[in-house]
Design a protein around this ligand. Structure first.
Ligand code: C2E
Ligand code: CA
Ligand code: CA
Ligand code: CA
Length: 281
């Protein structure tokens, strides 16, 4: 019995039970999806704000469930973390993205300095073998390490183990770029930016959405820009949807953006079609 609307508290236990069962079902389905190649990778361009030229792309995993349709990664990534599946999913997404990047480089779809961003979860970064695996993967596909960027949340560095710290330094040693994802949403103590070999930050969409209207958001972005420049970090603004936001970002000194203004994440063939040889938006 699915409890809906008012009066649901009477069947609270039933609905709790349903939710647990639903999670177990979804988890089993996710396991099957991974085994049966039902996951896909979509690519969203990261562009120069002034010209719209693509500088890179972010690989975002997609799951099309046979009955439920598209399941949001915001739902199934946390599930995968809890179920211990994130390592397998994350490895699969990264290798797929590196393989795609190698193909696009060989075909001249992207420039030599184009970089592919892939999300990495805290658990993946706690695996001491990760640098070796990434290094072998890059070699196998003939992709230079600087063309790969790994995106991680601030929590990785704030809560990270000594293994994670070593993994980050080894990845950076390889030449892989390390970006702080959703920058600004997690922690106010920024000391980790100096302690870890981070190369850039991605300003969270929540600060970008108010640009052009909110003085506060503009001040926050200005502060992020000043600090990032002082530390030699690259900056990408996420979730840019309007020209107004783009222009406000440019006025604060941000040069790179990602968002629906230029395009959502799309499957590889569409990305190629739209962005081949740096065709601007
Ligand atoms: P994220 O890393 O912050 O990724 C950006 C999210 O914002 C994506 O949602 C993207 O589709 C969405 N987005 C991009 N441009 C715009 C815009 O202009 N406006 C708005 N409103 N949204 C925009 P998505 O694909 O649903 O991914 C959600 C989250 O799931 C990601 O957030 C990331 O944390 C996680 N995720 C996705 N793929 C992977 C993966 O392969 N591994 C791991 N560990 N996490 C992943
Ligand atoms: Ca990301
Ligand atoms: Ca992000
Ligand atoms: Ca985000």
């Amino acid at each position: 019995a699915k409890a809906e609307g008012p009066g649901r508290s009477a069947v609270f236990d039933t609905s709790m039970y349903d939710r647990v069962r639903e999670r177990i079902e979804l988890e089993a389905a996710l396991r099957a999806a991974l085994a049966q190649n039902q996951l896909h990778v979509a690519y969203q361009p990261i562009v120069r704000l002034d010209t719209g030229r693509p500088l890179g792309a972010e690989a975002l995993v997609r799951w099309h469930h046979p009955d439920r349709g598209a399941v949001s990664p915001a739902v199934f990534i946390p599930l995968a973390e809890e179920a211990g599946l994130i390592g397998a999913i994350g490895d699969w997404v990264r290798e797929e993205a590196v393989r795609q990047l190698a193909r696009w480089r060989a075909e001249g779809v992207v420039a030599d300095d184009f970089s592919m961003s892939v999300n990495v979860s805290p658990r993946q970064l706690n695996d001491p073998d990760l640098p070796m695996i990434v290094s072998a993967e890059l070699t196998r596909h003939g992709v230079p390490a600087r063309a790969l960027a790994l995106e991680m949340t601030e929590s990785v560095m704030v809560d990270g183990s000594s293994v994670t710290t070593r993994v980050l330094f080894e990845l950076r040693e390889l030449g892989v770029r390390l970006l702080v994802d959703d920058f600004g949403t997690g922690f106010s103590a920024l000391g980790y930016l100096r302690r870890f070999p981070v190369t850039g930050v991605k300003i969270d969409r929540s600060f970008v959405s108010g640009l052009g209207q909110s003085i506060e958001d503009e001040e926050i972005v200005r502060a992020v820009v000043a600090m990032s420049h002082a530390l030699g970090l690259s900056i990408v603004a996420e979730g840019v949807e309007t020209r107004r936001q783009r222009d406000a970002l440019a006025a604060t000194g941000v040069t790179q953006g990602q968002g629906w203004l230029w395009g959502a994440a799309v499957p590889a063939p569409e990305f190629r079609e739209r962005w081949h040889a740096g065709r601007p938006a």
